[in-house]
Design a protein around this ligand. Sequence first.
Ligand SMILES: Cc1cc2nc3c(=O)[nH]c(=O)nc-3n(C[C@H](O)[C@H](O)[C@H](O)COP(=O)(O)OP(=O)(O)OC[C@H]3O[C@@H](n4cnc5c(N)ncnc54)[C@H](O)[C@@H]3O)c2cc1C
Length: 374
Amino acid sequence: MAMNADAIVVGGGLVGSAIGYGLACEGLRPVVLDEGDVALRASRGNFGLVWVQSKGLGNPPYQRWSRTSSELWPELAERLRTETGIGVGHHRPGGVCVCLTDEEFGAREQMMHAMRSQMGEDGFDYRMLDRGELKELLPGIGPAVVGGSWSPYDGHANPLYTLRALHAGLAARGGRYVPEAKVQTLSAASGIFTAATAHGRFQAPRLVLAAGLGSAALAAQVGLHIPVFPVRGQIIVTERIAPLLRMPTLILRQTDEGSVMIGESREEGRNDDQSGIEVVHRLAARAVATFPLLAGVRMVRTWAALRVMSPDGYPIYEQSESCPGAFAATCHSGVTLAAAHALRYAKYVAQGSLPEEFQVFHSRRFGSDVRLAS
Ligand SMILES: Cc1cc2nc3c(=O)[nH]c(=O)nc-3n(C[C@H](O)[C@H](O)[C@H](O)COP(=O)(O)OP(=O)(O)OC[C@H]3O[C@@H](n4cnc5c(N)ncnc54)[C@H](O)[C@@H]3O)c2cc1C
């Protein structure tokens, strides 16, 4: 017998869980189906930035969408805290991209200037800081630092607490999260979607495909196209230390508990989540050049995880033309966009259509020239 819901969300990572929670906030009873621990899961291995300042050069709608999410994040964090009792460690103190050479600083300045120009009347608040100004914000910077860019939109959150709170919030509002429920096939008939799993069939009049790297293989069954592929990223975590960073930088952030996380690496052509010494060494060397104090701090853990990347790095949001009611959602920055997914994208799904400005995120922009996730 099939289990009925108002909406099926395939994938219980940050994207699917945020949308599932948002659908429950809209009064629907969604079921979120998740493959389980054996799946590749970026949401369990990421860096935790809610980051805007580098997003959307050449794509103003993406810049606006990222900024909208950053503005909605305090509301999402507060809702989750009130409804579930789980604090997700969200802070929005602004963020800095630190430059270690004049060339880096020059390139950054040009990029930030171009971003402001393209944003027109929406504006884009940032400042390029020389070494002296940056030292006032981040007193621990080393002699190698020449300056950096600052924007007020940036922040960070604990991704694992966020995920847990979204699952708890979903349940509190009458939705369901079903683990170990890998969707094997999807089908549509008479406006009803059926997801077949080893634990039975689930049926609903709405479907959101948000299974990260798992979406590529399922999409065509409901007339969607999600050509995502993996890009490996690695993270270092240090022992807990006294407050060093009052705001996150693109490669370093300090958690509420005091650990310093070091990230920002990208390796294409890798389909495994093994960490490697060369990348760890490079990340550590840059972190120490930025904050020399870190040279004496113990590293306690490293890990790698696979980003869910589209061919141009921008999100894919679309509604199926052959199976209306089926939506796709995938993005490179699922922490950053969690608030927009929960409090905006879910509304669009509940209402049954995406706004006109989302045309830019449709996968038709790739034509047939795409790399498929292996
Ligand atoms: C190293 C690293 C650092 C990052 N840093 C940041 C950052 O600082 N800020 C930021 O915003 N983003 C960051 N990201 C990106 C962010 O983690 C991802 O955008 C986000 O986690 C994607 O979420 P997702 O739900 O689409 O995918 P996933 O987390 O991969 O979740 C997909 C889910 O779908 C399930 N699934 C797959 N196939 C099926 C199926 N057939 N049936 C049912 N379920 C299925 C899986 O079990 C999985 O739980 C980083 C990523 C990495 C790897």
